[in-house]
Design a protein around this ligand. Sequence first.
Ligand SMILES: Cc1cc2nc3c(=O)[nH]c(=O)nc-3n(C[C@H](O)[C@H](O)[C@H](O)COP(=O)(O)OP(=O)(O)OC[C@H]3O[C@@H](n4cnc5c(N)ncnc54)[C@H](O)[C@@H]3O)c2cc1C
Length: 456
Amino acid sequence: MPQQAADLVILGGGSGGYACALRAAELGMSVVLVEKDKLGGTCLHRGCIPTKALLHAAEVADHARDGANVGVLSQLIGIDMAGVHSYKDGVVSRLYKGLQGLVKSRKIELVAGAGTFHAPDAVEVDGTVYTGRNVVLATGSYAKTLPDLEIGGRIVTSDQALTWDSVPQKVVILGGGVIGVEFASVYRSFGAEVTVVEALPRLVAGEDEFASKLLERAFRRRKITAKTGVRFTGAKQANDTVAVSLESGEELEADLLLVAVGRGPNTTGHGYEQAGLAMDRGFVTTDERLRTNLPGVYAVGDIVAGLQLAHRGFQQGIFVAEDIAGLEPAVIDEAGIPRVTYCDPEVASVGLTEAQARERHGEIETLTYDLGGNGKSQILQTSGAIKLVRAKDGPVVGIHMVGARVGELIGEAQLVYNWEAEPGDVAPLVHAHPTQNEALGEAHLALAGKPLHTHG
Ligand SMILES: Cc1cc2nc3c(=O)[nH]c(=O)nc-3n(C[C@H](O)[C@H](O)[C@H](O)COP(=O)(O)OP(=O)(O)OC[C@H]3O[C@@H](n4cnc5c(N)ncnc54)[C@H](O)[C@@H]3O)c2cc1C
């Protein structure tokens, strides 16, 4: 078999794989990046970017519908899905082009094809073996479904929902996690009747309970029905409808069923098991430096158990490139990775939930600042709150926010958490008025014992 050698061979060109390739090339390594579909992976083509474009279109629809609330006479006449898709696809294709240019400019060898992990130092693609001193596995994840629930027709995952050519009148969403609530938000803004079914007792169950409560309240106001603590038992398609049955005996009729029950690691069929790679429930097992059990072989992104987020993949990719280059980067603190759910209202957090902080730090203090006291939030007509969690007399260990656009506040929040700031360190920092950012400043002022615009 023909052979080609490089310093580094990367299997998978999504967020984790391409970030690793870019950083490794910057550090002077020769890099082969193997991608069977499109450079950019899930995030760029079927995840972060297209869904956020839909959410932006949804926001515009809400503004058109609600213009009269601020004295602007406007009307939502309808949603032209072809127009929405062309806007969304335009965003994706511009970023795709930019990314291709970036990879080319760093002289990374992009190999198109499905790769098989052959040996700890080799990946085979269509009969050519690419060897490297190091190999990074970054094959990503896929949308899961439930046993006996076949995807097809009007039963879709986020992959098909992203190209659906009409707005459903009634949609049932199975799963109240990040992807489920983001789509719920889009469909509702586009005018659909939306029901979210979640087996766990609350929406966005990975977040602090405070955030779930506020989101559920806001969804109720938006007339999005959330059925939590309810199990799905089956779905049947007939003509133009899907009948969804629940354990409670209830049956819901919809014209679309979106299955958003999580994402599984894409680790089968690439030779991982045959090569002796250690795995646990399908995820590749790594140590905190992302090293697998095989010498010189690393894994990054959604195939490594933990938060399935693009920026985690980027950071892991950068980390691995630097580790290989001997720069000894600091281990990534998983809790320090910011998390944003871009539904309306947004949910954003970093650090520990109150329950986790109690477990880790024993005595803690919390403070909740209502966005009702924040001028910019009033202008935007959003409600919500910011909750801070600190270790008793110590640093802020968790920040949780709910409200329109609070995702934009996560930059400062993550600095506070990752720099282990105490409320007293943040309190003297001036926040511009009127911004929503001010609410974060006010929350720290209050927790430092000198509240400004805080009642009681
Ligand atoms: C609907 C949706 C919305 C999301 N929104 C957000 C968001 O707003 N923010 C956020 O941070 N994250 C978001 N995510 C998650 C984010 O997309 C993933 O965490 C991220 O893409 C993971 O990167 P990765 O590199 O591990 O895998 P992927 O991006 O999945 O990339 C893996 C790549 O490997 C390739 N590949 C697989 N097997 C082979 C093989 N044998 N040979 C060659 N190539 C192969 C695939 O084609 C793919 O391109 C979202 C995901 C979805 C589905």
